[in-house]
Design a binder for this molecule. Structure first.
Ligand SMILES: [Zn+2]
Ligand SMILES: [Zn+2]
Ligand SMILES: [Zn+2]
Length: 82
C-alpha cells in the first residue's frame, strides 16, 4: 500500500490508531512502532471500533464494584492486561 506520505518518505503508519477511554492508545497495524497521532491518517475512539471495545464495558463494570474493594485486591498483572 502506498500513499502520498510513502512517496515522500515521511514516517507514518497505515494502521488505524485507536484511542481508548483510559488514554491507552493502540494501532491496528501490528508492525506499528510509534503511536503518535500525527503518524496516522486514521484515528478513532475505541467506542467506534467495530463490535465495540471491551475497555469501556470494563470500566462500567468496575464502577459498579464497591470502590473500597478496588486497587489493593487487583493483581498488578491483571491491571496491565486490562
Ligand atoms: Zn503511506
Ligand atoms: Zn477501548
Ligand atoms: Zn500505527
Amino acid at each position: 500500500m502506498t500513499c502520498s506520505s510513502c512517496a515522500v518518505g515521511i514516517d507514518h503508519c497505515h494502521g488505524t490508531l485507536v484511542e481508548h477511554e483510559s488514554g491507552f492508545v493502540e494501532c491496528t497495524d501490528m508492525a506499528c512502532l510509534s503511536f503518535g497521532i500525527e503518524r496516522h491518517s486514521l484515528v478513532i475512539d475505541c467506542e467506534t471500533v467495530e463490535g465495540g471495545c471491551g475497555c469501556t464495558d470494563h470500566v462500567r463494570v468496575l464502577s459498579k464494584v464497591d470502590p473500597s474493594a478496588m486497587g489493593a485486591d487487583v493483581p498488578q498483572e491483571q491491571l496491565l492486561r486490562a
